[in-house]
Design a protein around this ligand. Sequence first.
Ligand SMILES: Nc1ncnc2c1ncn2[C@@H]1O[C@H](COP(=O)(O)OP(=O)(O)O)[C@@H](O)[C@H]1O
Ligand SMILES: [Mg+2]
Length: 210
Amino acid sequence: MYIKIEGLKKYYSDKLILDIERLEIEEGRITGLIGPNGSGKTTLMRIISGLDLDFTGNIEYNHSPLNEDIYKKMTLVTQKPYLFRRRVYENIEFPLKVRRIDKGIRRKKVEEIMERFQIEDLKNKKGHLLSGGESQKVSLARALVFEPELLLLDEPTSNIDPESMKIMESQIIRFNEETKGTVLIVTHNIEQAKRLCDRIIHLDWGKVIS
Ligand SMILES: Nc1ncnc2c1ncn2[C@@H]1O[C@H](COP(=O)(O)OP(=O)(O)O)[C@@H](O)[C@H]1O
Ligand SMILES: [Mg+2]
């Protein structure tokens, strides 16, 4: 899964927020997106994932324009993830249910991913009652469980303890290696970017500067 962005411009009222002449996200790689607060990182992630359709320019996914079928192959994990007021198990199962995966296979996949993230003890807790760090782990598990082609991560480990961060980073790498899924990750943690990323893109005032 490969993304090509050309001539992307995004305005909020008359303020130019993103101005990207050309940017390619390589298939099967982990790409980091770094830049100061307000440089447009979240806006770019929302545009790629289809949450924000109000922009001009071209975005291609494997040489075809973004469309509903393509949006289903990707997922965005936000900094403050939204979890349903249901059990953690059901939250993680949800993307498999939407894709009409058989119940037995769903159970196997959900249990396997909970084990990998070491969150079995959260299984019956309600999603909206979790701590910030727990929510981020559950939300990454929910994103990985259906093996998306493109995984978009917006500061996924921003309020997480070192042990959980290690688990999350190793699961991102495992996902990328095992499924060849493409990853685009926003992070403020330069060390994390160096640990995870094949390439780092620097954004400033809405422009790609390197
Ligand atoms: N809904 C919005 N309405 C108006 N301006 C916005 C909105 N969302 C973000 N912005 C502005 O767009 C710029 C980029 O924001 P954002 O993409 O969230 O940056 P980053 O994620 O890099 O911190 C900022 O100046 C921010 O104030
Ligand atoms: Mg942001």
